[in-house]
Design a protein around this ligand. Structure first.
Ligand SMILES: [Zn+2]
Length: 157
């Protein structure tokens, strides 16, 4: 019950709203993310980018685990759906978990190898300061296209 209430609140609250139909042509992958998550936003898009780094490094999700860190409510929590979308680690398969934290991050682990992805300093503050529901499409496109090395630190270990 609590979970469905939270999902409803997200759709109606600061993170969500109805899916906005605009003439702007979305990249196909972002359009698919929008269908999956219900709307777009900065954090779900950053999650897609983080999951893509993990997928590229480790390949197939078999044997892959993801530990996601985020605030336990949207909008930051939306990073979890983006990571599920692109990494293949999902709640259903039981190979992804969420740990409460103040900054979004993910640690992938496969066959004893680990990869941790965090935002570079200053981005979280910038994102939270600029977030606006009426801009969620353009902000998603921005964070979909920004070079990984501009926004993420990737640590092997
Ligand atoms: Zn969301």
């Amino acid at each position: 019950m609590a979970e469905s209430d939270a999902a409803f609140e997200e759709r109606e609250g600061s993170c969500g709203g109805a899916v906005i139909h605009r003439k702007m042509e979305l990249p196909e992958e972002l359009a698919a993310l929008q269908r999956f998550h219900g709307h777009l936003g900065v954090y779900v898009t950053l999650g897609l980018r983080m999951g893509a780094i993990g997928k590229r490094r480790f390949g197939h999700y078999k044997g892959l685990k993801a530990l996601v860190e985020a605030r336990p409510e949207p909008p930051m929590r939306c990073v979890l759906d983006g990571i599920q979308f692109s990494s293949g680690c999902t709640m259903g398969k039981g190979n992804i978990a969420l740990e409460p934290a103040s900054e979004p991050a993910v640690t992938f682990e496969k066959e004893g190898r680990r990869l941790r992805i965090v935002l570079k300093p200053g981005w979280r503050e910038k994102i939270d300061g600029e977030m606006a529901k009426e801009k969620e499409i353009e902000q998603s496109v921005f964070y979909y296209e920004i070079p990984e090395s501009d926004v993420f630190e990737v640590h092997d270990g």
